[in-house]
Design a protein around this ligand. Structure first.
Ligand code: PTJ
Length: 271
């Protein structure tokens, strides 16, 4: 992996990029996955690269939904496998959810590469690889329609981080509860899901696990209350509001980085 200087002001963001590049070189991440990450990064900038209060609330509700579920499934694509393999396995253990590989750019090689990385991270069973994807999601034309009859097909709750909108819509029309993690609150996925966590997947997945650990001993009645009290429309509205307020404050400053602003002032005095 390319060595990132630890004192680089954007070290964490560069480290995440390097994981994706490495994932691409290992055949895990699709070419388009690199582009999708760029889009996500831009939105992460806008929300301030940290978990917000509405995102934490959505993570708690997601945990409750997964704990109540009879057949919870975590759908894993290339970007998720490259960024958070261990975290996905940990979440699946805490919530007793199955893990299924589901790819937009499906090839047998990528399925196997993703299966391996998840097994290295401690997963015992991976659905959705090879002949196992014998079932089909109705009204979906992309490769994402191919699902495992033991997994997404029979799931009542599906976590689909970094997804494309078509499948979220199709899964909802099948009556499933869909949880997504998407940095873009305006994406079709974010809009179609029952529970949208507007956060970076590297922060959101550990947050769901932490919340699930806290809620694990709650009765199903209490968990249902958590789920019922949630309003995804309001939560998305709050996220858009956070971006709007942040941009308003930044617009007042123009140059928001203190050192850059100081040099700008000094130069203006000299001129
Ligand atoms: O591995 P495959 O073949 O299944 O392909 C996966 C990609 C991501 C290429 C495919 O699902 C795709 O094209 O996705 P989209 O339509 O570009 O949507 C990805 C969404 O995830 C966008 O709304 C991004 O803003 C968002 N996103 C990107 N990186 C992150 C993210 N959200 C959370 N955390 C991230 N790190």
């Amino acid at each position: 992996m390319f060595e990132i200087p630890p004192n680089h002001p954007r070290a964490e963001s560069l480290r995440i990029r390097e994981k994706l590049i490495e994932g691409f070189e290992k055949g895990i991440v699709a070419k388009a996955g690199l582009i999708a990450h760029g889009r996500g990064e831009a939105f992460d900038y806008l929300i301030g690269e940290k978990t917000t209060e509405p995102a934490l609330e959505a993570a708690k509700v997601a945990a409750a939904a997964m704990l109540i579920a009879k057949h919870p499934v975590i759908s894993v694509n290339g970007n998720v496998a490259a960024l958070v393999p261990k975290e996905i396995v940990e979440l699946s253990k805490v919530t007793e959810a199955k893990i299924e590989v589901n790819l937009f750019y499906r090839t047998r090689e990528r399925e196997e590469a993703i299966k391996s990385v998840l097994e290295e991270a401690g997963a015992k069973e991976i659905l959705g690889v090879g002949e196992a994807t014998s079932a089909t999601i109705p009204e979906l034309s992309s490769w994402r329609r191919k699902v495992d009859p033991r997994g997404i097909l029979v799931a009542d709750v599906v976590l689909v981080p970094l997804e494309d909108g078509d499948r979220t819509e199709a899964l909802r029309k099948m009556g499933k509860i869909v949880i997504t993690v998407d940095l873009n609150p305006l994406s079709r996925t974010a809009q179609w899901a029952n529970i949208t966590i507007v956060d970076n997947v590297v922060r959101a997945i550990p947050n769901i696990t932490e919340q699930a650990k806290k809620l694990k001993n709650f009765s199903s009645g209490k968990l249902k209350e958590v789920l019922k009290s949630f309003d995804n429309r309001k939560n998305l509205g709050k996220m858009i509001e956070i971006i709007k307020d942040r941009l308003t404050k930044l617009a007042e400053k123009g140059i928001y980085i203190p050192e850059a602003s100081q040099i700008y002032e000094e130069m203006r005095r000299i001129e």
